[in-house]
Design a protein around this ligand. Structure first.
Ligand code: SIN
Ligand code: FE2
Length: 214
């Protein structure tokens, strides 16, 4: 099918002070990013982790970088080793690092130094309940989140779980950056609607870049 919009340059859509969506920012390099996700998953497969409360997460996860985020009976933490495989996380590809740093800068955070990248895989009905990203040491560093594949509804709220939320559709290649006064806003993903995407089939992937340690 002829896509009349494929030549469209990325554009910035403000969400709140310190938060913006860089629409389509990663679309041109999405295939390369997904190939790297496959490489990482070949080394450290996606896994449904168990929360401290004993729930199996609907989102399957792996990580790359010096540190990876995971959850198990002990709690939520960043670590150099995967507690499931016992292995170190695969290195963060240069391409991932460069994209995250560039996106942070474009959204107003010129000194982002990510040391962790959580990779989430959503199948139909998978969701991420409202939460804050608060396991990192340095809250001056933003979060950079890259969406690939099937679209999903992102909820972006306030500083209390019950605050009103904005709901925005994140599509293939969209990048969300939040930091500064928005760093601790609640956010989440509504249950994924089934579909088929030319680049990812039945899945949505999300790369979330963070600075875990100072
Ligand atoms: C996250 O909050 O870690 C991921 C959000 C997303 O999948 O877009
Ligand atoms: Fe998050």
């Amino acid at each position: 099918m002829l896509d009349l919009f494929s030549e469209e340059a990325p554009w910035l859509e403000p969400l709140a002070e310190g938060a913006a969506i860089l629409r389509r920012r990663a679309r041109d390099e999405a295939a390369a990013l997904l190939a790297l996700v496959d490489d990482i998953a070949a080394q450290n497969p996606f896994h449904h982790r168990i929360t401290p409360g004993g729930h199996r997460m609907s989102v399957a996860m792996t990580n790359c970088g010096d540190f990876g985020w995971s959850t198990d009976a002990r709690g939520y933490q960043y670590s150099e080793y995967d507690s499931v495989s016992g292995q170190r996380w695969p290195a963060m590809p240069d391409r991932f690092h460069q994209l995250a740093v560039a996106c942070a800068e474009e959204a107003g955070f010129p000194h982002f130094q990510p040391d962790a990248c959580l990779i989430n895989r959503y199948a139909p009905e998978a969701k991420l309940s409202l939460h804050q990203d608060k396991d990192e040491q340095d809250m001056r560093q933003p979060i950079v989140s890259v969406s690939l594949g099937l679209p999903a509804v992102f909820q972006f709220g306030g500083f209390e779980r019950g605050d009103a939320v904005q709901r925005v559709l994140l599509e293939h290649g969209d990048v969300v950056v939040w930091g500064g006064p928005s760093r601790l806003r609640y956010h989440g993903i509504l249950p994924l609607k089934a579909g088929s995407h030319p680049a990812t089939g039945a899945f949505r992937y999300n790369l979330t870049f963070r600075r875990a340690f100072r």
